[in-house]
Write a protein that binds this ligand. Sequence first.
Ligand SMILES: Nc1ncnc2c1ncn2[C@@H]1O[C@H](COP(=O)(O)OP(=O)(O)O)[C@@H](O)[C@H]1O
Ligand SMILES: [Mg+2]
Length: 270
Amino acid sequence: MRKRKNKRVAAGNNKGGTGKSGWVANVAAALADEGCTVLVVDVDPQANVSRRLGRPYRKEEPLVTTAEVIKSGEVGAAADGIVPCGWSGIYAERIHIIPSRFDLENRISEAAVIGSRGRLARALEGVDDDYDFTLFDCQPSLGHLTQLALAAARWGVALVEPEYDGVEGAVRFRDFIASEVNRKEMGNLDLAFAAAIPSMVDGRLAGHAHHLTSLPGIFGESRVWESIPRRSVIKDAADEAQPLADQGSRGNEMREVYKTAALRMIKEFA
Ligand SMILES: Nc1ncnc2c1ncn2[C@@H]1O[C@H](COP(=O)(O)OP(=O)(O)O)[C@@H](O)[C@H]1O
Ligand SMILES: [Mg+2]
């Protein structure tokens, strides 16, 4: 089945540390557990999701990264950057990645060149049709690198830490996408904001409970997805660059959480 752009999802927030990369890595695993194939495109020069998925950049074994794929900007160029993720078993089969590295920063200075914003969209043309999902891990900015991802994506989802700054950053991401002027500039009128996903939620904090109740009024009830709680097992899996499945029974609760998100993605996007 050819699915084209419809399953391309960009995870963003104009604030850092809200759980974007954690969500991309863990929801990719949950989608793989459901039998889906996933292409992760790391569009953050910090390359956190590349490392967590077992594909850190090593000078001794250089990989083609998003930096080179975007620099080329030719139709289909993304194919040169795809590698299986570094996890074992079904994850390596079903989760592929175009990793990132710090050199991706160099693409920002090219933003004024005509056609530059469409480079990633062009590079992916015809490349990700057969994946069930393509997930873009964005940096905490609405600048050129995030615009490259949004020019290619069908949906934007915000990871919303329920604190003042986390909500504001998500609102800026949502509003950026909602602007028809921006979507025209990016050559992508089909792009839509799909979900505000409460993230890093700490049930002990009154402030979090307060901000959670405000989200349906801000984003619309149907766009507020199930919350992702804050749990230390997520940090441990991230540090070890391993899937949650490798954390044994400690990972079960969070695997269920990401499974719920994966099922919702399959229902709403596929
Ligand atoms: N649900 C979670 N529970 C606990 N820690 C998390 C969770 N999601 C992410 N983290 C951790 O919090 C930090 C910031 O999350 P990260 O996903 O890197 O955010 P972002 O990509 O938005 O900057 C990282 O150390 C990450 O491992
Ligand atoms: Mg990140």
